[in-house]
Design a protein around this ligand. Structure first.
Ligand SMILES: Nc1ncnc2c1ncn2[C@@H]1O[C@H](COP(=O)(O)OP(=O)(O)OP(=O)(O)O)[C@@H](O)[C@H]1O
Length: 470
């Protein structure tokens, strides 16, 4: 007997799909319906004959299948109103022999009660999955080497050489640079080039953790340290990084009280978990990073001078992209390869005009901004060459090259509703709204929301803190 679907007579397949309770649609790269099963058509109030060969948007209300067929990005469990019911839609890119050829979509559950019972059943599995996903992401994030740090400009080459040279030392490293310049990549490359490479690299973003949780995140806690503390306590990042490297990103955002505790670990090489009685010894190399001016913060009294000296043993200043002559094109080509793999779109190139425009731009958001621009361009691209027309508006219009402001219907504000008040307050209101909108569009995923807003995650966390958004 054959080992596949060939054993099933072809005319059974439709019935099997219908029995499985799924409503299925298949579209090609242009979003044209190639197949839709009768159960789905029944639900839509149409017929298979009517639906086949038509653009999917004309057949299914609020469909996003044509988008998935272009981007290659799957969309799972997204809510889709059809015929007045909230449906749960799953949309998968259809990849055959490594090439994106279309998309497959299913919808299920006619009513929210069914969804709730399903959700309760799988909730713990989802949580478990998320836990392993985060862990896997963290592991893969630490896998950068100096060869991943693309750039040939003299300013960047000098910095990369310095970082390479100091990676074998055990001293603390302080990475300075604007948001999106690659500080985390540098930290990871230093770790992987050091004698600690076979031990963990543990990154922690000091700005993204609420102040009251930072201590237990860094140093862990003992059983019974506070109400709700896990049985058996919890290990902190310092303990997890033992014999490896801890990367303290956005160290400039660490509250003063925590700075004192961190200083103690650096001096004594041991720490006390929250609620603990016994100190734990650790052997950890520290790499800290910030986009803030720590010297100024020391002068202003918001950063401890003694801690600054402890961290500033080896200072590495990563240049902003606009000061890296010739690197933009090189990095863009590298990012296109990476994005090509992510979206199953191989061989995408930049037109000469686009290269020129990218070289002219000031890149306030550095490589992260460049990455977002390219990702967006790929999403609106049909062929293989990114032309000026595919760039976001603020890059297309030379007059406004350095003003990355994006206004579209989603972000527009009804001016008539705004009371007369100081401009600052109005701007804050709009900013908060934009953040909430992005969070809701990203299903609460902060990194994704920051990406949608085209700002760095650090700035995003700062804004959330400022507007009390949890
Ligand atoms: N030299 C480089 N070559 C290729 N890609 C890079 C390079 N440097 C950074 N990137 C990419 O740019 C993005 C931003 O890098 P990273 O997160 O390391 O910046 P950062 O300085 O730590 O930012 P932040 O301060 O906002 O946390 C990442 O997606 C990273 O993969």
């Amino acid at each position: 007997m054959k080992l596949g679907i060939e054993n099933i007579p072809h005319h059974w397949i439709e019935e099997i799909v219908n029995l499985a309770g799924e409503r299925i649609v298949v579209v090609d790269r242009e979003g044209v319906v190639l197949y839709i099963n009768s159960a789905y058509c029944e639900f839509l109030g149409t017929t298979v004959e009517n639906a086949i060969g038509r653009p999917v948007q004309d057949v299914i209300e609020n469909s996003r299948m044509h988008i998935v067929a272009k981007t290659g990005q799957e969309e799972l469990a997204s809510l889709q109103p059809i015929n007045g019911s909230e449906m749960i839609a799953n949309r998968y890119p259809l990849i055959i022999n490594g090439e994106l050829v279309g998309a497959v979509g299913t919808v299920m559950f006619r009513n929210p009660e069914d969804w709730l019972s399903y959700k309760n059943k799988i909730q713990h599995l989802v949580e478990e999955l998320n836990y392993y996903k985060t862990k896997a992401e963290r592991n893969s994030k630490s896998k950068y080497y100096f060869s991943h740090l693309v750039g040939d400009s003299p300013s960047f080459t000098a910095v990369r050489k310095l970082a390479e040279r100091v990676s074998s030392s055990q001293s603390a490293v302080l990475l300075l640079g604007e948001s999106g310049t690659g500080k985390e990549l540098f930290a990871s490359a230093i770790h992987n080039n050091s004698t600690r490479a076979s031990f963990p690299f543990v990154p922690i973003n000091c700005a993204s953790i609420p102040e009251h949780l930072l201590e237990s995140e860094l140093f862990g806690y003992d059983e019974g340290a506070f109400t709700g503390a896990k049985k058996g306590g919890k290990k902190g990042h310092f303990q997890l990084a033992n014999r490896g490297t801890i990367f303290l990103d956005e160290i400039g955002d660490m509250p003063l009280a925590m700075q004192s505790k961190l200083l103690r670990v650096l001096q004594e090489r041991e720490f006390l978990p929250v609620g603990g009685q016994k100190s734990i010894a650790v052997d950890v190399r520290i790499i800290a990073a910030t986009h803030r001016n720590l010297e100024k913060m020391v002068e202003e009294g918001t950063f401890r001078q003694d801690l600054y000296y402890r961290l500033n043993v080896i200072k590495i200043e990563i240049p902003p992209l606009r000061d890296r002559n010739g690197d933009v094109e090189l990095i863009a080509i590298n990012l296109l390869e990476k994005l090509g793999r992510k979206f199953y779109r191989k061989g995408i190139k930049l037109s000469a005009e686009v290269v020129e425009r990218l070289n002219q731009h000031k890149w306030q958001g550095n490589i992260r901004e460049l990455e977002n621009v390219l990702e967006r361009s790929i999403n609106v691209l049909d062929g293989k060459i990114i032309e000026l027309a595919h760039l976001p508006l603020y890059l297309r219009d030379q007059e406004t090259v350095n003003i990355p402001v994006k206004i579209d219907e989603r972000e527009s504000v009804n001016v008539a509703d705004i009371p007369v008040q100081p401009l600052k307050e109005t701007l804050a209101q709009v900013e908060k709204k934009a953040i909430l909108n992005a969070l809701s569009a990203a299903n609460g995923n902060k990194q994704e929301a920051a990406k949608l807003l085209e700002i760095g995650k650090t700035r995003f966390y700062e804004k959330c803190k400022l507007y009390n958004i949890h």
